[in-house]
Design a protein around this ligand. Sequence first.
Ligand code: NAD
Ligand code: MN
Length: 495
Amino acid sequence: MPEVFKNYIGGQWVEASTGKTFENRNPANWEEVIGIFQKSGKEDVDKAVAAAKSAFNKWRLVPPPERGKILRRVGDLMVARKEELAQLMTREMGKVINETRGDVQEGIDTAYYAEGESRRLFAPAAPSELPNKWAFTARLPLGIAGIICPWNFPMAIPTWKIFPALVSGNTVVFKPASDTPATGHRLVEILEEAGIPKGVVNLVHGGGSSVGIPIVEHPDINVISFTGSSKIGKEIAAKAGESLKRVSLELGGKNAQFVMNDANLDLALEGVLWGAYGTTGQRCTATSRLILHKDIHDKFIEMLLERVKKLRLGNGLDPNSEVGPCVNKSQQQIVDEYVQIGKAEGAQLICGGAIPEDPELAQGWFYKPTVFSGVTRNMRIFKEEIFGPVLSIIKVNSFEDGLETLNDSVYGLSSSLYTQDVNLAFRAVRDFQAGITYINGPTIGAECHFPFGGVKETGNGHREGGWTVYDVFTEWKTVYVDFSGKLQRAQIDNY
Ligand code: NAD
Ligand code: MN
């Protein structure tokens, strides 16, 4: 019998008020059920918010370094369970075991970073314009944070949001993606074991409309941190706008790697293979467009095809597998639809473009690593996020042409330039319209202590990661202390 996973509300493991459940299955072998999860509804969200609200009054008064100590214990527990968590994650969402280990490691790094930040939470002070008066600022929690996560980084993304929310003194209502509820569930168990007080973290399993929307609409939730598609992000921003609720959005991408004619092509090849096919292309930072200078275009494609054809598809728990399945059937179908669109638009399908026929893969949502060449800027496969193992190649005549091509996107998350020319490298740093630019590295590979996020429709101006995410989860208080013993009027008595 598969394990039944409950919600966690006010420090109790409880069933959903709906009495309904859903199954979580392995995308590499759909006959394997990972577990049975609560299919919660608005009533469960209401209970979780009530628990978070009553816990907030105590939690906000706990000194931040004390909160940080709990997160250090969370990090230690994740270190001890890293392999178990990685295996569970591979079983529930498919990416290969090396990558799920990396996903857990990012959570560990984020926990220890959060402990460090708990002794900083720096807030500037500055001199007052009046004598015998001081002025400074402080960061205070907002209240309750609603945390809504996608399935592609089932550990890293929840930790990016939950840990800074907690260090800042907020309480949390967390909804993992319904494709990856088990990893999020284990994270909450670890928080409980590490000593997080009852009600400070609440877990509500379920879908976007039944749990996500009630979180966004709840009047007692003060801030929403959402990672997911731009379409849902826009809906959330519109809803939250009605009550002026703070919203931090990390959304889609259509990231490009640009290879100049002076680049180290072997290095650029390793970069694009990892960037385009890591996590089966299901990363917000995945390399989805490859921009090649005309001088190296044909040669680079030849080098690329030789390697892409050899990529080994398979169950991510098998150490020989290099590319896992798509997360579910509908994602596999979306990928195939985009392949048909690309063909109809006149791009050349030069590799992959089909569901593999290998009987060993027949029980999973696999798709062959795919390459299109001859792509042009008007094509949908150039413009739209596919979120699968599909790479679109476009040829350009010069650095300027490549720059304009790279920037021709509604998205602006990650970007990459391969060149040996330091002048071009710095032009890319300045001129690529993206939140992240890599020089001689692929579009993927963020580090937890730096800001993460994008421009244009990739987000709404907030950043996760590093010190910047603490801006999302804190409210500024400005404090003036006048010890002159008399009324001093700013802008009047000193002029
Ligand atoms: P999604 O937008 O379908 O769902 C994300 C989460 O929102 C899920 O938990 C879902 O249940 C919930 N949800 C769905 N509808 C909702 C609604 N109306 N109100 C509230 N919540 C709702 O995205 P996904 O398929 O899980 O993830 C893939 C997308 O996420 C891609 O577009 C990818 O680029 C993006 N992503 C972005 C980043 C980033 O940091 N920029 C990172 C990872 C993934
Ligand atoms: Mn699953």
